[in-house]
Design a protein around this ligand. Structure first.
Ligand SMILES: O=C[C@H](O)[C@H](O)COP(=O)(O)O
Ligand SMILES: C=C(OP(=O)(O)O)C(=O)O
Length: 444
């Protein structure tokens, strides 16, 4: 393969791309990006594909989560640590309570662009381009802020690099050591019912580890955590500029993240995004919304995973709590009958968004839970593996989704509504979800 092989997407329609006002400035930003070092190593992408192959075979569970939209100003040490801590706590709950190895993938270090329902936003009679993520423009509602600026693509690279650097330090430098299982919860235990529940589980894990230590076993695996980065491959110019030929194999890898996914709005079979994804060797996710037909799913498999490589393709199902039980079975059945074995993951967020009476875009925790339940029920009935969850969450105590054990009401939403795009589960709601999913997993 040569870098020319990645360019085939350019001849096809590419949905949801920014309208850059200055092509010369875009060209210059892309040239800089092409000269930058990779953010991840192709070998790590292969390793993740191996882990996802275990998920596809029913031997592990995928936990994928993070912000709806990362932002440059929100990319602080505390925010990264809190998100990572939340994901580690969820993983511990799932690993211990469901007794299943958990593959940990952040929606982090690259989640800077957003597809939008409408290209423009109108407020008080003023219409401006929609916010498309910090990689493109700014959230502030002014003409200057909403103007796409390709220099932002370089900031996306640098912010992703900084996040990855800290995440790698935390996950290999001692912070993620399983002996810290209590420490991750210290600031939280007294604050929420799920924090207390977690504390009890952490005490059991502590006991088990002391027992193993006393027996002379102190596995190295407890000291570090394997953690991967993923984001939506939305802005194809950026992903293209970060694609490299792997010197080991000669294959193409998008080294902007370990795993990338194609969203519900850009997964057209004859579109540029699927073409781009078909050319790279990274593990690929594709969102499947409620209108997906079995034929769509099979065609996606033929295009993206013609060799039926377990771990190559993850279907991220986001149908909505009211639809998943009706629409998912035909997909899973036909895909299995065709001999394919993608990873099946539930995204219980994107099909359950609504506008609250307060005007905030929100989601009900109960709907989120119900969609995951429906997803598990379908797989249980068909004898297939409910491979994981994909969740929009933050480690901060925001008030963006209603419900949860530490209940948030519509009237609370204004208190800490901080997302740049869609509502995320806060830390308490995320842990609640992990406990409930662990129960479902055990039963299935
Ligand atoms: O995260 C997903 C989409 O980008 C988001 O739901 C789009 O939101 P919109 O419908 O407000 O454009
Ligand atoms: C845009 C997203 O989701 P979907 O493509 O499923 O709407 C997302 O996950 O950020």
């Amino acid at each position: 393969m040569t870098l020319n092989d990645i360019e085939s997407w350019r001849t096809l329609p590419a949905a949801q791309q920014p309208e850059w006002p200055d092509n010369e400035a875009l060209g210059s930003a892309l040239a800089d990006l092409r000269s930058y070092p990779p953010l991840v190593f192709a070998g790590e992408c292969d390793q993740l594909r191996g882990r996802l192959a275990s998920v596809a075979k029913g031997e592990a569970f995928l936990l994928q989560g993070g912000d709806c939209a990362e932002t440059f100003v929100g990319n602080t040490a505390d925010a990264i640590k809190n998100k990572l801590k939340t994901l580690l706590q969820m993983a511990v709950v799932l690993t211990y309570a469901a007794s299943v190895p958990v593959v940990k993938v952040g929606r982090m270090a690259g989640q800077y662009s957003k597809p939008r329902s409408s290209g423009t936003e109108t407020r008080d009679g003023v219409t401006l381009p929609s916010y498309r993520g910090d990689a493109v423009n700014e959230l502030a509602f002014t003409e200057a802020a909403r103007m796409p600026d390709p220099e932002r693509l370089k900031r996306m690279y640098h912010s992703s690099s900084a996040t990855l650097n800290l995440v790698r330090a935390f996950t290999t430098g001692g912070y993620a050591d399983l002996r810290q299982v209590h420490a991750w919860n210290q600031d939280f235990v007294a604050l929420s019912p799920s924090g207390e529940r977690y504390e009890r589980l952490a005490a059991e894990i502590d006991g088990a580890m002391r027992f193993m230590h006393a027996c002379g076993t102190d596995p190295e695996e407890f000291r570090t955590v394997e953690f991967y980065a993923s984001h939506e491959a939305l802005i194809l110019d950026y992903e293209d500029a970060l694609t490299r030929v792997d010197s080991r194999t000669g294959d193409l890898y998008d080294v902007s993240g370990h795993m990338v996914w194609i969203g519900e709005r850009t997964r057209q079979l004859d579109g540029a995004h699927i073409e781009f994804a078909s050319r790279i060797r990274n593990p690929i996710g594709v969102k499947l919304g409620p209108t997906t037909s079995p034929e769509d799913a099979l065609a996606l498999i033929d295009k993206l995973d013609p060799n039926r490589d377990p771990g190559r393709l993850t279907f991220i199902v986001r149908m909505g709590a009211g639809k998943v039980r009706d629409n998912l079975p035909a997909l899973v059945e036909k895909v299995a009958a065709a001999g394919a074995q993608p990873v099946w993951v539930s995204d219980p967020m994107h099909g359950n968004t609504f506008e609250a009476s307060s005007g905030h875009k929100t989601r009900r925790f109960d709907d989120v839970l119900d969609e995951v339940k429906g997803f598990f029920e379908v797989h249980r009935a068909l004898g297939t593996h409910p491979g994981g969850i994909h969740v929009e969450l933050t480690g901060d105590d925001v008030t963006e989704c209603v419900g949860g054990g530490d209940e948030i009401f519509v009237d609370d939403l204004h208190q800490r509504y901080e997302t740049a795009c869609d509502p995320r589960l806060n830390r308490s709601q995320s842990l609640d979800l992990a406990f409930l999913v662990a129960e479902m997993y055990r039963k299935s």
